[in-house]
Design a protein around this ligand. Structure first.
Ligand SMILES: CCCCCCCCCCCC(=O)SCCNC(=O)CCNC(=O)[C@H](O)C(C)(C)COP(=O)(O)OP(=O)(O)OC[C@H]1O[C@@H](n2cnc3c(N)ncnc32)[C@H](O)[C@@H]1OP(=O)(O)O
Length: 194
């Protein structure tokens, strides 16, 4: 039985073009929000995903499973694995395209159990764009870049305006976040052009 029967992407797409100001190959992608469950450093039990830009439209992420992420004893919870992929895919879309987008659909195939203590090596790539729709997919390999594939994911992200977050989210927290990003940007420019 084929695990994924639908063609991917499911519609005709244009190739995704990386934004000229996107972080370059080899750049480590920072935390986009300290309280983000996927990447933030303020959530002790969070996933603490780390990502690096790869070649073309690829981003590589790592996620180490801890006892805080269990479903069955000693094994990662499938929902948290899906969360790791949402983060890896979303970070790829956000950082490479530099336009706000949210997950519209996320599909996961769990191919092998993922034990506590193991690290998932997630390789994500942009598969194409159709209007506001961005198609993206990833493989997660166990314990090595060339390890066996344990989880696969495919997602549709939908481009939104900034108002999506200010209308539905926490405007005060957004303002603080924007101010922190601006401060970090100025500090980087100062480092580069003292
Ligand atoms: C540096 C930065 C780092 C940034 C790093 C960030 C990393 C964070 C990672 C976490 C990301 C998340 O979890 S985001 C949080 C989870 N997601 C959400 O909360 C989204 C909730 N849903 C929504 O707000 C809405 O449904 C939207 C925005 C997705 C779509 O609503 P809309 O704006 O009214 O647009 P709509 O017309 O419905 O959809 C647009 C097109 O997409 C299609 N479409 C929409 N949803 C689906 C779907 N589930 N399945 C198929 N197709 C769909 C529609 O058919 C349509 O196609 P066509 O007619 O054009 O052909």
């Amino acid at each position: 039985m084929s695990r994924i029967s639908q063609p991917w992407p499911p519609v005709e797409v244009e190739p995704a073009t990386v934004h000229p100001e996107a972080p370059k190959q080899g750049s480590h992608l920072g935390i986009h929000f300290g309280e983000c469950f996927g990447c933030g450093d303020e959530i002790e039990a969070g996933l603490h995903l780390h990502s690096t830009v790869g070649e073309g439209t690829t981003v590589y992420s790592k996620f180490t499973v801890t006892s805080a992420h269990q479903g069955a004893p000693g094994l990662a919870h499938g929902g948290l694995l899906a969360c790791a992929f949402d983060e890896a895919l979303g970070s790829t879309v956000g950082n490479l395209l530099r336009r706000p987008a949210v997950t519209g659909k996320l599909e996961t195939d769990f191919l092998r159990p993922v034990p506590v203590g193991s690290t998932l090596y997630i390789a994500t790539k942009l598969d194409g764009i159709a209007g506001r729709k961005i198609y993206v997919s990833a493989d997660g390999r166990l314990d090595a870049e060339d390890g066996p594939v344990a989880v696969r994911a495919r997602a549709l992200f939908v481009r939104v305006e900034f108002e999506h977050f200010s209308t539905h989210g926490d405007p005060e927290a957004l303002q603080k976040l924007a101010a922190a990003h601006e401060k970090a940007k100025r500090a980087r420019e100062w480092d580069i052009n003292p």
